[in-house]
Design a binder for this molecule. Sequence first.
Ligand code: URA
Length: 253
Amino acid sequence: MEKQRLDKIIASTGRWSRREAKELIRQGRVLVDGVPARSAEEKAEPESSEISVNGEALRYRRYTWVMLNKPAGYLSATEDGRGRTVLDLLPQDLRRQGLFPVGRLDKDTEGLLLLTNEGGLAHDLLSPRRHVDKVYYARVSGRLTEVDCAAFDAGLRLPDGLVCLPAGLEILSAGEESEAHVTLREGKFHQVKRMLAHLGKPVLYLERVRMGPLALDGALPRGAFRFLTENELEELRRFDNPTKNIKSSPKTQ
Ligand code: URA
């Protein structure tokens, strides 16, 4: 791997900004292969050099993955001349790393949105062939019934021609307004809203609560983000390649 500036390598972990990394180096708290680094401009090979900060070995991450609790009012885009995008919710250091949202949530939809600069895995997670489940909490106008659940289960055909894959509808409460968890294995434009509107139960509020193996972190305030943990990343990668989940079993005679 190509050598990179030390402050860049340290900031790539997401724990420190470039400015903080420079300060740590200035204070002599960064060692490269056991030798105190002298300047932020010093270059090192991120994967093979042994870099430590405050005595703790640094785990270099080639790619950045963050979980954002998206608030309403932000577009799932990297830039938009007209409005705020989810990138505006991230600090400058992260924006510079070329992050993009993994799929889209509507401007008024809230909840779990992953952002990364790892194109390959992001693309795989979005591929319809991967069937990555996305779970939404929906509040709708009107009473949801078992008939609606059966229609979701059978796969809806919308008047505009969209044929939906079988989807899950789990009713949480039913009344003049109802609440449900909707599980989709695909992600067509406004899909949850279109499906529920077709059943005569327009969506009043929508929040994504799960994507594949990752649930929205309940401790993450709306508008805040955090880095994915090593375990979460491991789960995403395993999910991406399901064969890694298959344990070999003894052959039967
Ligand atoms: N379905 C929708 O209708 N909107 C979203 O934001 C996500 C799924």
